[in-house]
Design a protein around this ligand. Structure first.
Ligand code: AMP
Ligand code: ZN
Length: 481
C-alpha cells in the first residue's frame, strides 16, 4: 500500500500562515501540548483541545512519523488570572474544599486521564507533573536570572524587554501592554511576568519549595519551558494549546526559551492553537464553577465518541458552539456509521471487489490540509456506502479512518452506543423483556396491551422505534438541554 504522501500543511500561529511541516528529525517528531490545571474536572471545552492534539498526533503517526508527545499536568503555579494576579488555582481549590492539595491534584489528574480514554485519545508518551520538576525550574531560572530577571518583594520577575520581539505570537501592539491594568506593583513593564512567586512573610502554602528567591512556588509559564526542553529538546517540532494561550502563556514561554537558549528561537517550529468551544449559556468556565464535563454528557445518555465526532465536525481553528441538539445529531450520525459498519460485517465474506485507494488518498488530502476533519468525514460516508467496493474492502479501508479520526468504528457496536442516562430506571434486559412481550401482544393483535407497554417504556425514558429504517428497536429519550 502506498504511504499517505500528500505534503502535510499546518497553520503556524507564529507566522499566521499555513506552512509545510518539515520534521526536525523524521525518526522522532516531537510535540508538546499544554495540559490541564488539575484543580477541578476538565470541561468539555478543555477536552476539545485534546481531541485536536490527538487528531494531530494520529495524523503524524499515520503519515509515518514516530512521535514523542508530551502533555504536562499543571498541579502548581497557575493563578486565577493568566497575568500574575490572584491566587494559585490549586491552593484556592484546597482552601475552599478543605482537602489536601496533593489529593486534589491526584483526583483531577486521574479524572482527566479517564476523560482522554473515554474520548479515544491515544496516551501521550508522558504526562509530566509540574510539581516533579521544581528543581529543574529553579535551575532554569538561575540561568536566566542575571540577564533577564529582576526581583520584587513578592518574587522574581521576567523583564520582557530583554528578549527580541516579545509578544510576536500574540501580535501584541507596543502600547497595548501599557494600558493593561497592572495588578503587580513595581513591575517594569506591564507584560513582565513571575518566574518565582515568593510566599508572603508568615504565609505557609501547602505547596512550597525553597529557592534562592525565598520559599515559594514557580510561576506558571516556567513549567512548560522546562518540561518541553527536558523531554523534547530546546527546539522541537510543534507546540499546541488553546487559543487563549496565544495571548499570554505562550508568548511568555517563548520569552523564557529565548532567554535560556540565548537565541531568537521560540522553542518550537510550529505553534498551533485550537479555537474555543463556546456555550452561549455561559457554562464553559471552570473558574465560575458551572461547566459541562464529559461525565455530565455521559450521564445524559450520550456516548463520549459522539462528542468526539461533534468536535471533528468543526475545524479545530473555528469556534465551535456547543448545544444539546448538535450533540444529539452527532450521536445519531455516529449510530448510522456504526449501523453501516455492522451491516458490512455481516457480509464481510462476499467476494472481494474494488480498490479503496482513492478514498485513502482523499482522506490524506483533507487531513494534510491543516487537519481538515470536516472534509474527511464525508469521505468516510462515501467510502462506506460505495457499492463498487465489496464489504471486506470497505472494512479494510476503515482502518485508515479509525487510525486518524479515532472513532473506533471497527470495534464500536450498537449496544455500546445505547448508553443510558444516569436517571434511567430500566436496565437493558428489562427493556428487552418488555419488547418481547410487546411483540407477542402485537402478534396477537392486542394493540391496547402493546400501546400500554410502549407508554410505560416512554415514561421510563425509552422510545420504541417501530419501523425504524436503521432497524433500531428503541432509543433513549434524551433530556432537554
Ligand atoms: P486549563 O486547564 O485551563 O489550563 O486548560 C487546558 C486546555 O484547554 C488549554 O489548552 C486551554 O487553552 C484549553 N481551553 C480552555 N478553555 C477552552 C474552551 N472553551 N475551548 C477550547 N479549549 C479550551
Ligand atoms: Zn503550557
Amino acid at each position: 500500500m502506498t504511504a499517505p504522501a500528500t505534503p502535510l500543511i499546518l497553520y503556524n500561529s507564529l507566522t499566521r500562515a499555513p506552512e509545510p511541516f518539515r520534521p526536525i528529525d523524521p525518526a522522532n517528531v516531537r510535540v508538546y501540548s499544554c495540559g490541564p490545571t488539575v484543580y477541578n474536572y476538565a470541561h468539555i471545552g478543555n477536552l476539545r483541545a485534546y481531541v485536536f492534539t490527538d487528531t494531530l498526533s494520529r495524523v503524524l503517526r499515520w503519515k509515518g512519523w514516530p512521535l514523542t508527545h508530551i502533555i504536562n499536568i499543571t498541579d502548581v503555579g497557575h493563578l486565577t488570572s493568566d497575568a500574575d494576579a490572584g491566587d494559585d488555582k490549586m491552593e484556592a481549590a484546597a482552601r475552599k474544599s478543605g482537602r489536601d492539595i496533593w489529593a486534589i491534584a491526584r483526583h483531577y489528574t486521574d479524572a482527566f486521564k479517564r476523560n482522554l480514554k473515554d474520548l479515544g485519545i491515544a496516551e501521550p508518551t508522558r504526562f509530566p507533573l509540574a510539581t516533579e520538576h521544581v528543581p529543574q525550574m529553579i535551575d532554569f531560572a538561575k540561568t536566566i536570572e542575571s540577564k533577564h530577571c529582576y526581583r520584587l518583594p513578592d518574587g522574581l520577575y521576567f523583564d520582557v524587554t530583554t528578549v527580541p520581539d516579545y509578544g510576536r505570537l500574540a501580535r501584541h501592539q507596543e502600547d497595548e501592554g501599557e494600558s493593561r491594568i497592572d495588578p503587580v506593583a513595581g513591575k517594569r513593564h506591564p507584560a513582565d511576568f513571575a518566574i518565582w512567586r515568593a510566599s508572603a512573610p508568615g504565609e505557609q502554602r501547602q505547596m512550597e519549595w525553597d529557592s534562592p528567591w525565598g520559599p515559594g512556588a514557580p510561576g506558571w509559564h516556567l513549567e512548560c519551558s522546562v518540561m518541553s526542553k527536558q523531554y523534547l529538546g530546546a527546539q522541537f517540532d510543534i507546540h499546541t494549546g488553546g487559543i487563549d494561550h496565544r495571548e499570554i502563556h505562550h508568548p511568555n514561554e517563548i520569552a523564557q526559551n529565548q532567554a535560556h537558549s540565548c537565541t531568537p528561537d521560540s522553542g518550537a517550529n510550529i505553534w498551533m492553537h485550537n479555537n474555543f468551544l463556546v456555550d452561549r449559556t455561559g457554562k464553559m468556565s471552570k473558574s465560575s464553577g458551572e461547566f459541562l464535563t464529559l461525565q455530565a454528557l455521559m450521564d445524559r445518555g450520550f456516548h463520549p465518541l459522539a462528542y468526539r465526532l461533534m468536535c471533528l465536525q468543526a475545524h479545530y481553528r473555528s469556534e465551535m458552539e456547543f448545544g444539546w441538539d448538535g450533540l444529539a445529531a452527532a450521536q445519531v450520525r455516529l449510530k448510522r456509521l456504526v449501523q453501516t459498519v455492522e451491516g458490512l460485517r455481516t457480509r464481510a465474506d462476499a467476494p472481494e471487489k474494488g480498490d479503496a485507494a482513492s478514498y485513502r488518498e482523499r482522506l490524506d488530502v483533507a487531513l494534510s490540509d491543516d487537519l481538515a476533519t470536516p472534509r474527511a468525514l464525508p469521505v468516510l460516508d462515501e467510502m462506506l456506502g460505495d457499492k463498487k467496493l465489496s464489504p471486506g474492502v470497505r472494512l479494510a479501508a476503515l482502518a485508515d479512518f479509525d487510525a486518524t479520526l479515532g472513532l473506533q468504528l471497527s470495534t464500536l457496536t450498537r449496544a455500546d452506543l445505547r448508553t443510558r442516562p444516569k436517571t434511567a430506571t430500566l436496565g437493558e434486559s428489562d427493556i428487552e423483556e418488555q419488547l418481547v412481550e410487546r411483540r407477542a401482544a402485537r402478534a396477537d393483535k392486542d394493540f391496547a396491551r402493546s400501546d400500554a407497554i410502549r407508554d410505560t417504556l416512554l415514561a421510563a425514558g425509552v422510545e420504541v422505534m417501530d419501523g425504524d429504517p436503521l432497524g433500531w428497536d428503541w432509543k433513549p429519550v434524551l433530556p432537554e438541554g
